[in-house]
Write a protein that binds this ligand. Structure first.
Ligand code: IPD
Ligand code: CA
Ligand code: CA
Length: 264
């Protein structure tokens, strides 16, 4: 039989692990080594790799029957919807880390039998931990985040990667919204939607680790998180993703799908 764990104990252990990063990350950045993966824009550093293996160490020590599904070296998708599964992006926004030493975060989420149960997005440069616990709400450091109030797109900032949408779709989104901003780290663009600062963040091909924590933030805060057909996203597969204020979700999807769609 599968071991049962106290979610509050796990939450405390993980928060302690995050605090430990305040010493570890600066020392890793000091000796930063950068490599490319699929192409010259797809970067990985010693920071990404060390954080994922460091978290794996914690899991192996404390929760040996938990599974880790992480961007850098844990891609086995067997049975991820059974038992305790951690999904991790050890550094989201690696290009920002390398080029700006700013605007990067760690994304981490625990799914229990496929249900989003604990979520974390750590904005390391701002020393701000966003976290959510199933049924208990979402928090920024120790402060509870308010439910987001519905607003129309005309009052809201939208965020999307402008390299992946065709020009007509992009202009329609710009015309219909209040303004456009992009941070360039899916976790941080998404968290601005959670705090009500942005109306929507769109990613046309999100990987599971880019959006792992957002499931629980969205449900705890009354936000919408779907694919572009308004369907639930499978946390093991990822894919087209929008997290949005409930007041602008339909309008953004209509724009994405109208006039032949958003593809280039
Ligand atoms: C990237 C960031 C970026 C998004 C890319 C992701 P990474 O993650 O989230 O905002 O546009 O598609 O791959 O590679 O820095 O973890
Ligand atoms: Ca990422
Ligand atoms: Ca990453």
């Amino acid at each position: 039989m599968m071991a049962q764990y106290d979610i509050n104990d796990i939450d405390n252990e993980v928060k302690t692990w995050f605090r430990g990063l305040n010493l570890l990350i600066p020392s890793l950045i000091k000796q930063m080594q950068t490599d490319t993966k699929k192409n010259r824009f797809d970067l990985v550093t010693n920071v990404d790799q060390t954080l994922e293996s460091n978290f794996e160490g914690l899991i192996k020590d404390l929760y040996p029957d938990h599974k880790l599904y992480g961007e850098e070296s844990h891609h086995d998708t067997t049975d991820l919807k059974q038992g305790y599964t951690w999904v991790m992006d050890p550094i989201d926004g690696t290009a920002n880390l390398v080029k700006q030493q700013n605007d990067f975060c760690i994304i981490l989420a625990l799914f229990v039998d496929g249900t989003p149960t604990l979520s974390y997005i750590y904005d390391f440069p701002r020393q701000t931990l966003y976290h959510a616990k199933k049924g208990e709400g979402a928090f920024v450091n120790h402060k509870r985040l308010e439910q987001v109030q519905a607003q129309p797109l005309s009052e809201l900032i939208v965020s999307f990667n402008n390299k992946v949408l065709n020009d007509a779709t992009m202009h329609d989104l710009l015309d219909a919204s209040f303004a456009y901003r992009l941070i360039g780290a899916c976790g941080l663009d998404s968290i601005r939607v959670c705090t009500g600062q942005f109306g929507a963040h769109i990613h046309t091909n999100a990987k599971p680790w880019d959006i792992a924590a957002q499931f629980l933030f969205a449900s705890e805060l009354g936000l919408k998180m779907t694919d572009f057909n308004n369907k639930a996203i499978d946390f093991v597969r990822g894919g087209p993703f929008i997290i949005s204020n409930p007041g602008c979700h339909d309008e953004v999807l209509n724009i994405l799908l109208s006039n032949g769609g958003y593809h280039k």
